[in-house]
Design a protein around this ligand. Structure first.
Ligand code: SF4
Length: 496
């Protein structure tokens, strides 16, 4: 069952809001649902939702927006376009086709590999410029609209603009789940964005760098959103890259705890805890809110490496976070980290095992799981130039850690190193990747398709960059500029 928390508008302009994955995930994507709500309440717009498993369209569509959150979302975009009988490349479409555009974190980070498929792209915060885009689309011809869109904040028109400035908006209206559904990945959960970005600026982290400056919503607005959500559901989730960095986080938690103590049934969800700020009160509130497990991110096991990536976390703080979590009622913790960070040595890898053993010895019976991904260099971060470690060498490290953690009786899970490699290729790719993406899609978009498509097309992928060479994503102007990223990289290199 779906419950709309707002009143839809209707109109003559048929606007398809497409999510390039299955509906279950679309219904869990706060950014997608919020923009759908904006379209669905906009005067003159008939907004229609669609996902890869739900492409039943009976009307002539005037334009299509895609929300892209993950590097591999392009395959879902192609699937939907094909189901709608629309050519993939924008150059193969004409005035009888809908205008097709995209936005979301993947596009903001680096639109270059995808620009051949879209008429325009939206870079940065979408909530304000999206309304202007809808106004332009509904009252202009395709050709006129493209001319007018050039002046909208954050809009990039491939082939026309040389550069585009990322749109940044002050956070006024709190963003929350506008459609509750039991078919969503997070069933009937009212998600509230409490902040955007993260002020820590770890050297690899796009969630921090592409969302600068860090902004948070005012306490009163978050409380009002919690109260609104509780009118519809008891499942409340707070969303942010580092939620506990919110200046009023303790007060927000206290508000929720008082409600629970007064008999209000609340299931509280918080994706991860800030390791150096885990407090007894925070954990007690989570436990009262029904949470049994949580996550802390340490990113690297050795203090040397954490210092290098700007995650200034001491071992003592990690041990404290685990102890406080255990003593205050959580049943277990997932400890998230990475392998393959530039300059990583075997000593750094062995630090994982020493840390794991220490945590296990000090927290008998507490459920600990290490969760690893491999380092993926990302645009707009100080590590954007870095070479990713060779896949074979990363797989060797993975096998070693699996074996040694198993000897210690500690669970360790790993992301797929091969998929992480292709993620790094896509995230730092340029326009030359467009035919490659189509070829991978034609071959089924499974892991083997990437290698065979590369061979077939004889394309060279970017493995690393020099500090002075132009980068595909230089077309995006965002703070901090490249010179500041270089300065930050040099500062971090001196810290080793
Ligand atoms: S603390 Fe987490 S969210 Fe913040 S910059 Fe570091 S990795 Fe990113």
């Amino acid at each position: 069952m779906e419950r709309y928390l707002y009143k839809s508008n209707s109109g003559n302009y048929n606007f398809l809001m497409a999510y390039p994955a299955i509906e279950e995930f679309a219904l869990a994507s706060l950014g997608y649902l919020w923009l759908y709500k904006i379209a669905d309440t906009h005067e003159g717009i008939n907004a229609i939702r669609c996902s890869t498993d739900n492409v039943v369209i009976s009307k002539k569509i005037d334009s299509i927006a895609f929300s892209m959150s993950f590097d591999f979302d392009y395959a879902g975009v192609f699937e939907i376009l094909e189901k709608l009988n629309i050519p993939l490349y924008s150059a193969e479409r004409n005035e009888n086709h809908p205008l097709i555009f995209a936005g979301g974190p993947v596009i903001t980070t680096n639109p270059c590999p995808y620009e051949a498929f879209f008429d325009f792209l939206m870079i940065g915060d979408g909530e304000e410029s999206f309304k202007q885009v809808l106004d332009i689309l509904k009252s202009n011809s395709r050709c006129e609209a493209l001319k007018l869109l050039e002046n909208v904040d954050g809009v990039y028109i491939p082939g026309k603009n040389k550069t585009v400035k990322k749109a940044v908006v002050p956070l006024h209206e709190v963003i929350y789940t506008p459609i509750l559904s039991d078919k969503g990945y997070f069933k009937d959960t009212f998600i509230i964005e409490v902040e955007r970005g993260c002020m820590n600026r770890c050297a690899f982290c796009t969630a921090s760098y592409i969302n600068l400056p860090f902004r948070s919503y005012e306490y009163d607005k978050i409380i009002a959103a919690i109260d609104l959500g509780l009118q519809y559901t008891n499942k409340i989730a707070l969303l942010g890259a580092q939620i506990s960095a919110h200046p009023d986080f303790d007060a927000i938690m206290k508000y929720i705890e008082d409600k629970i103590d007064n008999g209000v049934n609340i299931e509280l969800g918080i994706s991860s805890l800030r390791t150096d700020a885990v407090s007894p009160q925070m954990v007690q509130t989570l436990v009262k809110g029904g949470q049994k497990h949580s996550t802390i991110a340490i990113e690297a096991a050795s203090e040397r490496l954490r210092k290098y990536i700007n995650k200034n976390l001491k071992e003592e703080q990690i041990l404290n976070a685990v102890r406080i979590s255990r003593e205050n009622g959580l049943k277990g913790l997932k400890i998230y980290s990475m392998i393959g960070i530039p300059t990583e040595t075997q000593d750094d890898i062995n630090e994982f095992l020493k840390l794991g053993k220490k945590i296990k010895d000090e927290n008998k019976g507490f459920n600990i799981e290490f969760s690893f991904s491999s380092f993926v260099p990302k645009p707009h971060t100080p590590f954007q130039w870095a070479k990713r470690e060779d896949t074979k060498s990363l797989e060797k490290k993975q096998k070693y850690l699996e074996k040694e953690f198993s000897k210690l009786g500690i669970s360790a899970k790993f992301s797929s190193i091969k998929w992480d490699y292709w993620q790094s290729v896509l995230s730092r790719g340029g326009k030359e990747l467009a035919p490659f993406l189509v070829e991978v899609y034609r071959r089924g978009a499974k892991i083997g398709a990437y290698k065979s498509a590369l061979k077939e097309l004889d394309i060279k992928v970017n493995e690393s960059f020099n500090l002075d060479q132009p980068l595909p994503w230089d077309i995006i102007e965002m703070e901090p500029r490249k010179t500041l990223l270089i300065n930050e990289l040099k500062r971090l290199e001196k810290r080793q």
